[in-house]
Write a protein that binds this ligand. Sequence first.
Ligand code: PGA
Length: 250
Amino acid sequence: MKERNKLKIITAENYMHLSELVAQIIIKKVHEKPNAVIGLATGSTPIGMYQQLIKDYLKNGTSYEHIKTVNLDEYVGLSENHPQSYRYYMDYQLFKHINIKNENIFIPNGKNSLEACESYEKNIQHIGGVDLQILGIGHNGHIGFNEPNTPFSSRTHIVELADSTRQANARFFEGIEEVPKHAITMGIETILQSKQIILLASGISKSDAVNRLFSKEINENFPASALHHHSDVTVVVDKEAANYSPLSYE
Ligand code: PGA
């Protein structure tokens, strides 16, 4: 059994504060290591953080010229130009607003092939591994698209999305039937190899997942609990998501 490490927690006043705090952690990393590899996430939660990064870029000129980014996941079967593809999301939410180079952006290509998974995994090693990985958390505890019962030893792989995940993401599509059934995602072991991890959770709907993350449970049934095996994880929550008892986590 691997060692259990203590997760750090920061409770922000609200979503805006959470977004500012996490953006500051990224900006600090970019200044300390101008060629850092930053792991990025999609979904609703990081949008405010991306807005803060853009604001800082415009105001302070923080340069992303030598920064590389790797994204956690992508839907299978959506082209880069599909408005719900994560490539499109990243371009729209962040990349087209800062001076990152296109050749330094890595997002799984959405092809359902073992080769795509293996080459994504190899590339992460090739560029030196992830210095700072940003994560969201699903209501079911997924990280990336690693749904419950994904082995903690998993590497980049193709997943069948849980119904609950497709339902949660249907709000971005015309209807649930439009939501792809498969995705390509970094595995849990891939994520755990990042040097530093920041997990964001906002809103009351995430409080059960946050509570479960801080319980004693470490179980593949709850993918985020794998983070207890990493030595540098900070969970940044707003007050609504932090509806947990700190005493339950000793
Ligand atoms: P959300 O998604 O930020 O849209 O809540 C997070 C996740 O499912 O990982």
